[in-house]
Ligand binder design. Structure first.
Ligand code: FRU
Length: 493
């Protein structure tokens, strides 16, 4: 093992001991210490789910990327393993960037990632060169392949840029290995390239999967590509987006393209939509479970909002709750994995509650809950003009979810959550109008809120760093609204 990896492992083991349990979420994976960004290498190996992550153990800011590592039996309760990789070679000394993992034919765990090194260009500027690399291991210890990098700029097709070429997602099909990699072309457009291999080590350029054509942002990061419910689905996270109505927002975004293959096996787009309509969600990766479910985990953070943080927390960045995804009516549907039910504690149910003005309901409170609110008008006509759920409330700090049934807009708002930064605190999402009827399912896990609208038709996520004792929940209607609430407290098992 290199001294860099050894040092990281020794450091994280010591540092982890110093982090109090109440400083972390119950279920959302946080870095063992320091900084976390993208999920990497989400895979099933040796009877467990493995999740790696972009990791800088020494500070709560981005630094030369390592791969952190955790395992789980259900993707909800995680156990840390020692860091898997450090930036310790000539070809990845500036960082082991994002990538994926798969089990090889001979039962080894293969990590596929982007190695970054620095080089001076013809103008004397220092540039990052990105190549694709592999490492092989037993689920705990990994050895980088002696012949790395396995894909270099030499195999880039014409027009592809050599500086932005990263985030390989690997899969197996018909006895071959494939990977899809993000690239920025010389004329600054995102595109995704496919490579093919017989053994996972020797790779050849296969084809261009898709070009952005200057539509959604610039570079496309962290692609994923799979079939689901009779469709072919492509996920990617575009940088430098311009906003489009309420569908896409400025900055780093998420994009889901649903399509199908033509007779020649080329990807044909049918529908483009955001993956998550909230503030903090990026770079999701998926896995196919043994029982055939496609499950997605994203980085529940956004590059543009990293300034909202707790200075007293020795970690930064968290993963989303795992979501089962399906395609229905050519749209992406997301629901928390059903295993969440194994963590249900106290159940509280209230039916046909008439809300006019503000109301609290006894026992409806908490910061680790799965709560579903079904809302409707009291009569045939729209009986309310606005509805709001206030949560993580201590009388001073609070966050809200509101619904405007006339405009059909759901808004999440963390302006009063305790943030002292001038950063995005609110986001709105256009939803299907159903005559005042809406279902809002809220998963709170201490420092985050994930909202699933109308049984997963849309999801909105955001981090909140409010004092953990702020547990209050209340409901407010302008006019009169009728609601049913079903809430489960979430408990560690
Ligand atoms: C996305 C990303 C990836 C890259 C990694 C570096 O968030 O920029 O494209 O591999 O983060 O940490």
């Amino acid at each position: 093992m290199s001294s860099k990896l050894d040092k990281a492992r020794e450091y994280e083991a010591r540092k982890e001991e110093m982090i109090k349990e109440e400083q972390r979420p119950l279920f959302h994976l946080t870095p063992r210490c320091g900084w976390m960004n993208d999920p990497n290498g989400l895979s099933f190996y040796n009877g467990e789910y493995h999740l790696f992550y972009q990791y800088y153990p020494y500070e709560t800011v981005w630094g030369p990327m390592h791969w952190g590592h955790a395992v789980s039996r259900d993707m909800i309760t995680w156990k840390y393993l020692p860091a898997a990789m450090a930036p310790d070679t000539e070809y990845d000394g500036a960082g082991c960037f994002s990538g994926s993992a798969i089990e090889t034919e001979d039962g080894k765990h293969l990590l596929v990632y982007t190695g970054v090194r620095k080089e001076q260009d013809e103008n004397g500027d220092i540039r990052e060169i990105q190549t694709q690399c592999v490492a092989v291991g037993d689920g705990v210890n990994y050895e980088k392949y002696a012949a790395n990098p396995v894909i270099t700029e030499d195999s880039l097709p014409e027009g592809a840029g050599r500086y932005d070429f990263r985030d390989p997602k690997v899969w197996k099909e018909n006895g071959k290995y494939y990977m899809i990699v993000g690239n920025k072309t010389v004329d600054k457009d995102g595109q995704l390239l496919q490579y093919v291999s017989d053994d996972g080590f020797k790779w050849a350029y296969d084809k261009l999967v898709i070009k952005n054509n200057h539509r959604f942002g610039v570079m496309w990061e962290c692609p994923d590509y799979f079939s689901l419910d009779g469709k072919q689905v492509l996920l990617t996270s575009p940088q430098d987006m311009l906003p489009e109505e309420l569908e896409f927002h400025n900055g780093n975004g998420t994009l889901c393209i649903i399509g199908s293959f033509d007779a020649e096996g080329n990807f044909c787009e049918e529908n483009c939509q955001a993956v998550d309509y909230g503030i903090d969600y990026y770079a999701p990766q998926t896995i196919l479970t043994g029982d055939g479910r496609r499950v997605m985990i994203g980085w529940m953070q956004n590059w543009d909002t990293c300034g909202i943080r707790r200075d007293d927390f020795p970690w930064f960045g968290q993963m989303s709750f795992p979501r089962e995804i399906t395609i229905e009516n050519n749209r992406l549907i997301q629901r928390p994995v059903r295993e969440i039910e194994n963590y249900y504690g106290k159940r509280i149910s209230r039916q046909n509650v008439l809300i006019s003005d503000t109301a609290t309901l006894s026992s409806i409170e908490g910061r680790s809950i799965d709560m579903t609110v079904r809302l409707r008008s009291t009569g045939e006509d729209l009986s309310y003009r606005k509805f709001e759920i206030r949560f993580a409330d201590n009388g001073k700090a609070y966050s809200t979810i509101s619904y405007d049934p006339i405009e059909n807009i759901v808004k999440i708002d963390r302006k009063h959550s305790g943030s002292r930064r001038a950063i995005v605190h609110q986001r709105r999402c256009k939803v299907a109008g159903k005559g005042g009827e809406i279902t809002l399912r809220l998963v709170l896990d201490r420092f985050s809120c994930e909202l699933f609208i109308n049984d997963g038709e849309q999801a909105m996520s955001m981090g909140i760093f409010t004092d953990i004792k702020a547990e209050g929940i209340s409901f407010k209607a302008t006019g009169e609204a009728m609601l049913d609430v079903l809430m489960f407290e979430l408990e560690k098992k």
